[in-house]
Design a protein around this ligand. Structure first.
Ligand code: CDP
Length: 212
């Protein structure tokens, strides 16, 4: 079983994906971490994440073992990620890894949950279940501020809002694999749901789709 979870920044899809993977005993891939790692690798090499040559070189030679999750979860990494993600050559370089993960999930699992922006549309268009997770901009900003504060990052809320809005716009407007729900995706708006409620609704939806 392949479950595709897409949606904008801080919509709650990461937490939801992890919990669904555990509940259904599936492997989990956070595809945003591939773009974040490419962005951070470009910066570490002294390159510019918005420049095609720099970003594509980083994507083609990506070694995920060189990154800790703390390196990847900063706002700076998120911004660099959405810059490299805009470049078609970067997306092409990361596609095989994602499709291979879905087709041959690690650890003997019989399926996978992938979360990102284009899983239901490009990476796994034949996924058994597609969920597009939404939430209002204000809800998402509040969640991201809390997440960064809990990590001890010194943040300014207005800056987080501006970065997130710029990132949403870049993700929606790009020509290749823009952030858009697949035609057959179920929309889950988590603006007024906590993590437990979102999980319960998504789990019920998956069971309704997969039980015959
Ligand atoms: O956690 P958050 O939702 O803020 O971001 P993320 O899922 O880690 O993704 C970071 C950036 O990578 C996004 O803003 C997208 O530009 C890009 N991305 C993408 O283009 N396609 C994906 N499948 C996953 C992420």
């Amino acid at each position: 079983m392949i479950v595709a979870l897409d949606g904008p920044a801080a919509s709650g899809k990461g937490t939801l994906a992890r919990r669904l993977a555990e509940a259904f005993d599936l492997a989990y891939l956070d595809t945003g971490s591939l773009y974040r790692a490419t962005g951070v690798a470009t910066l570490r090499a002294g390159g510019d994440p918005a420049q095609e040559f720099d970003a594509v070189s980083a994507a083609k030679t990506l070694d995920l073992t060189l990154f800790s999750s703390a390196d990847l979860r900063t706002e700076e990494a998120g911004v660099a990620a959405s810059q490299v993600a805009f470049i078609p050559g970067v997306r092409a370089a990361l596609l095989d890894f994602q499709r291979n993960f879905a087709k041959n999930p690690p650890d003997g699992k019989t399926g996978a949950v992938l979360d990102g922006r284009d899983i239901g549309t490009v990476v796994c268009p034949d996924a058994d279940v597609k969920i597009f997770v939404e939430a209002s901009l204000e809800t998402r900003v509040a969640r991201r501020v809390k997440e960064l504060q809990e990590k001890g990052e010194n943040i300014i809320e207005a800056r987080v809002r501006a970065d997130m809005k710029a990132r949403d716009d870049r993700d929606k407007d790009r020509s290749v694999a823009p952030l858009v729900p697949a035609g057959d995706a179920w929309i889950l708006d988590t603006s007024d749901l906590d993590a437990d409620q979102a999980f319960a609704q998504a789990k019920a939806y998956i069971l309704s789709k997969t039980r015959r």
